[in-house]
Write a protein that binds this ligand. Structure first.
Ligand SMILES: *Cc1c(COP(=O)(O)O)cnc(C)c1O
Length: 416
């Protein structure tokens, strides 16, 4: 079913991942993820080796063999600065194969969607990341794929969408999972849905951007491919745009690698280096931001200017039990709907809240060290089912009392 052309750039006759891992498979399995983020992707432990890999700025490599025949060949095929990040991410996601780095999260989305055969059925959460939804809708408009959007929290509805139906009575070729969803924070039953997708022969891709491998392990829950917008938590400092895919399946990895090489969505070496530097502190950043998000969610939920809140860590949240079962923590994204203030619409009240803040940065994106806030519907690409008064908060690593003081002052000023 997959269109395969094995391109063994680092290769051996039978694989594409012959470079030496700095942590062996057994070592990586024995160490906790908090250690792997620090220890993986290091140069060899030899005299005078640097402790960090350098940035390699070269578009081509010395060589006389056929391109794609085990040599690095050319800068679109391979770059030594990608390797340590790809190695570390593969190990963190529990794969024995290195991940694949891309120029952006959406380049990784595009590459993952290329696994769908022509006319195949894609089942996707109605509240996936808006860019993924736009890309899938455009492919569907051109009839390259048949798109079925679903409420990913409704397991029966997803199972029905996976089964043969529609004009051509086709079953799904791919199930796209995002859990929690962006921005509605819906929680999918990843294991049940993955099993249902495999039963109809579909590939499962999970966008793990919100959780990171430290909080959720989609491969262990049965997914075939894990996707990251590395831009967010993995790099963590709002200074690069990058994406990544990880799989344990060598055939799928070869197809993705071929797609990356031919479509050209490759990472710049300096961005790749920054991403690994950011990854080193991932465990500390996640620990702090998750703890702060829990505190802030409890306080926000009790504030009279907040109409409703979604945060899977709150016991009353509809996704709480599922999140508890499949995640290690609840992430650090909170969504609130702001109660309309006297004489203002919900949207205007939400905008007023965002503008009244002095420490929280009003900006799109998430997962950086700094706390960000935005009203999602200010983007025209956001699905209309996302409420106008919904504000998404990405909790950073600042002092939690400073973050709360800023929020409380702004909420109190709304005069609901
Ligand atoms: C940001 C984001 C993406 C897209 O990644 P880019 O790096 O912006 O291209 C995909 N999925 C999710 C969940 C995101 O938050």
């Amino acid at each position: 079913m997959l269109h395969l052309r094995v391109t063994a750039f680092r290769g051996t006759a039978d694989g594409q991942y012959a470079f030496t891992m700095s942590l062996s498979e057994q070592q990586a399995a024995a160490l906790s993820a908090e250690t792997v983020v620090v220890a993986a992707g290091r140069p060899p432990r030899e005299r005078d080796q640097p402790v960090n890999h350098p940035v390699v700025l070269s578009s081509t490599y010395f060589g006389t063999g056929a391109l794609g025949d085990g040599d690095r060949g050319y800068g679109r095929y391979s770059n030594p600065t990608w390797d340590p990040f790809e190695e570390a991410l593969g190990q963190l996601e529990g794969s024995k194969l290195p991940g694949l780095l891309y120029s952006s999260g959406l380049a990784a989305v595009s590459s993952a969607l290329s696994l769908i055969p022509p006319g195949g059925v894609l089942v996707m959460p109605a509240h996936s990341y808006s860019g993924s939804l736009v890309m899938a809708s455009e492919l569907a408009q051109k009839e390259f794929v048949e798109l079925r959007t679903v409420d990913i929290a409704d397991t029966d509805a997803v199972k029905a969408a996976l089964a043969p139906n529609g004009p051509n009575a086709r079953a799904a070729s791919m199930l796209w999972l995002e859990s929690p969803t962006n921005p509605m924070l819906g929680i999918a039953d990843v294991q049940a849905l993955t099993a249902a997708a495999h039963a109809v022969g579909a590939i499962v891709v999970t966008d793990n951007t919100f959780s990171t491998p430290l909080v959720q392990q989609p491969l262990a829950l049965g997914s075939d491919v894990v996707l990251h917008s590395v831009t967010k938590y993995l790099a963590g400092h709002s200074d690069v745009v990058l994406g990544a895919l990880v799989t344990s399946n060598a055939d799928i990895r070869s197809a993705l690698l071929h797609n990356r090489t031919i479509h050209g969505g490759i990472a710049g070496p300096f961005e790749a280096w920054l991403a690994l530097r950011g990854l080193r502190t991932l465990a500390l950043r996640i620990e702090r931001s998750q703890a702060s998000a829990m505190v802030l969610a409890e306080r926000l939920g009790a504030h009279p200017a907040i109409e409703s809140i979604r945060f899977p860590g709150l016991p009353a949240d509809p996704g709480h039990e599922r999140a508890k079962a499949q995640m290690k923590g609840f992430g650090s994204i909170i969504c609130v709907q702001v109660a309309p203030a006297a004489g203002l619409s919900g949207a205007d009240t939400a905008d007023k809240l965002v503008r009244a803040l002095q420490l929280w940065l009003p900006a799109t994106s998430l997962g950086g060290v700094e706390s960000l806030i935005e009203r999602r519907r200010r983007h025209t690409a956001e699905p209309v089912s996302v409420p106008e008064n919904l504000v998404r908060l990405s909790v950073g690593i600042e002092n939690v009392e400073d973050l709360w003081a800023d929020l409380k002052r702004a909420l109190d000023s709304l005069g609901g």
